[in-house]
Design a protein around this ligand. Structure first.
Ligand code: PRP
Length: 180
């Protein structure tokens, strides 16, 4: 780990999950997926933008055949989840009768997954599960079941490893939490 703290615009952040901790959890989730989805040819469905780093690492732990597809949803403005989820780019891959693994960097209020899971049902997938690197159980507003969780974290604002603050910080290899 190189920098333990980082400043973005007017805010200070400090490392709370190192790249080594993240890599270890991603490997464990990958091992679980290899057992659960052997011979199922799942479709990994990444929710852009934030999930691109997690998805890239996770799919490379998967040893069977799989596809990777992308949707773009957005709910955050600055540090706040707005609750207003917009689908900006829809599904280009057919998921009818396919086993779908949604990959998310973070499930926070659950607004995004709550809306998206209902949208996905219309495409008649064989199954849908969520793999999220981070979950904030104390912030959840919906009864969302996240089958594959990297870390449960407190309801603090986090950046890095794909997560941003107003577009910045996605490239940081570790996860940082906003300092009080
Ligand atoms: C983030 C994250 C999830 C969502 C989670 O996306 O990637 O999709 O918020 O929050 P929720 O559970 O409160 O809905 P964001 O809207 O910041 O877009 P981005 O991935 O492009 O940064």
């Amino acid at each position: 780990m190189k920098n333990k703290t980082v400043r973005l615009r007017e805010l200070n952040f400090s490392v709370t999950k190192t790249r080594e901790q993240i890599a270890a959890r991603v490997r464990q989730i990958g091992a679980n997926l290899n057992l659960d989805y052997a011979n199922k040819k799942p479709v990994f469905l990444a929710v852009l933008n934030g999930a691109y780093v997690f998805t890239a690492d996770l799919v490379r732990e998967f040893e069977g055949e799989c596809e990777v597809a992308f949707v773009k949803l957005s709910s955050y403005a600055g540090k706040e989840s707005t609750g207003d989820v917009a689908t900006r780019i829809g599904l280009a891959t057919s998921i009818k009768n396919r086993h779908v693994i949604i990959t998310e960097d973070i499930v926070d209020t659950g607004n995004t997954m709550h809306k998206f899971l209902r949208e996905l049902e219309e495409f008649e997938p064989a199954s849908v599960e969520i793999a999220a690197l981070l979950v904030k159980p104390d912030a959840l507003l919906h009864d969302i079941s996240v089958r594959y969780v990297g870390f449960n974290i407190p309801p603090d604002f986090v950046i890095g490893y794909g997560l941003d603050y107003d577009g910045l910080g996605r490239n940081l290899p570790d996860i940082y939490t906003l300092e009080e």
